[in-house]
Design a protein around this ligand. Structure first.
Ligand code: EPU
Length: 337
């Protein structure tokens, strides 16, 4: 059933008000097909929402919002110590991580507590603490909006990149992700190489960590740095970490000796956008009811009642400031609507 004039505030983690002219939830693939078929005549612009954790709503939405509520997690295959686990796109991402931990399946424990839905996770190739979805991805199923056929995508077809996939580029707006299958392992090699995890495990006095211990460590780190969207509206990292060339990096390093960086290859260096923004004086800056988070400069926050437009303008000011200070162009990670 399509509802009219629905406030999207409860459906985005920034907690921004935006009125959707048309809004419907689908809990089955048949319901989704019926809605899309109806829209082939109505021709509304579509916005498919999962957890709403990676969007900034800057205005009302004149089209049709489809809220993905497809549910279910099941083990669908076994291959030695590996298990294929399929989750429907409307499942909460962290609930999927908890399912894996309960079944002693490793691979996504470093991705604990990332807000959002299962369906959005491959679209974004979510990542944290040295792990990305693409590392454990097996396949996904998506509905072709034009033909209404269900199609399968393997890792190669998804063209995963850093917070990128084909669904954010050439296939943008052409598919609705229905489910994702991951290859998780009973005999998993934990990845605790990320400094913050090692330190946290040491603080917890854990020498031989389990999957659950790593998840608990990640949860503790995230809670100390990142605001809980249930309390303070936000969408995680607002900008991506930029990659620059060696010559530009050497010049910056001479000027800013403590600049946080991760070499990628001989000629490319990834910079920590959080460091750039922090060092340019933005961390903790508050303007009325929105601002830059006090513990992590990559995160923009809505303290309550802010407008998406204001947060967008703040992001513009940050982009300009970073360009002027370092000659580096940042890119937004969040989708602007
Ligand atoms: N830093 C600062 N000031 C800040 C923030 C960071 O100086 O305000 C410095 C830190 O001290 C560190 C470096 O910047 O030296 C990197 O910071 P951090 O380890 O916190 O990670 P990040 O690069 O800011 C990325 C991801 C996060 C992910 C973490 C952990 C992006 C855009 N962000 O953040 O992902 O959780 O690493 O792996 O890649 C997200 O995408 O929404 C997200 C939260």
């Amino acid at each position: 059933m399509i509802q009219s004039n629905v406030n999207l505030q409860p459906h985005n983690t920034f907690g921004l008000e935006s009125i959707a002219k048309n809004f419907a939830t689908f809990g089955t693939i048949d319901e989704l097909k019926a809605l899309l078929l109806h829209n082939q005549t109505a021709q509304h612009e579509l916005l498919v929402l999962g957890g709403g954790s990676n969007i900034l709503l800057t205005q009302d939405f004149d089209g049709l919002v489809l809220k993905n509520d497809l549910k279910g997690i099941e083990m669908i295959g076994e291959d030695g110590n590996d298990r294929l686990v399929k989750a429907s796109a409307g499942e909460n991402w962290h609930d999927f991580v908890l399912y894996a931990i309960e079944h002693n399946l490793g691979g996504i424990e470093n991705l604990s507590l990332i807000p959002g839905s299962v369906g959005a996770s491959p679209m974004q190739n979510i990542g944290a603490y040295g792990v990305e979805i693409k590392d454990v991805f097996h396949e996904l199923e998506a509905l072709n909006i034009e033909t209404l056929a269900i199609e399968k995508f393997d890792s190669k077809m998804c063209s995963f990149g850093y917070r990128e996939s084909v669904f954010k580029r050439t296939l943008k707006g052409k598919y609705v992700i229905l489910s994702m299958t991951l290859r998780l392992s009973k005999d998993h090699q934990l990845n605790t190489s990320y400094g913050a995890i090692e330190n946290q495990l040491a603080e917890m006095n854990i020498d031989n960590p389990t999957i659950k211990n790593v998840s608990d460590a990640v949860i503790t780190i995230r809670q100390s740095k990142l605001p809980d969207p249930k309390k303070i509206g936000n969408s995680g990292s607002f900008f991506k970490n930029p990659v620059i060339g060696k010559a530009q990096f050497d010049a910056l390093k001479a000027k800013f000796p403590t600049i946080a960086n991760y070499p990628i290859d001989e000629n490319h260096i990834k910079l920590a956008a959080g460091w750039l923004i922090d060092n340019a004086g933005w961390k903790g800056k508050r303007i009325d009811n929105y601002g830059v988070h006090k513990n992590q400069a990559l995160v923009l926050v809505n303290y309550g009642g802010a407008k998406g437009r204001d947060i967008y303008n703040l992001s513009e000011a940050i982009l300009e400031s970073i360009s002027a200070t370092y000659g580096v162009d940042l890119e937004r990670e969040v989708n602007i609507i």
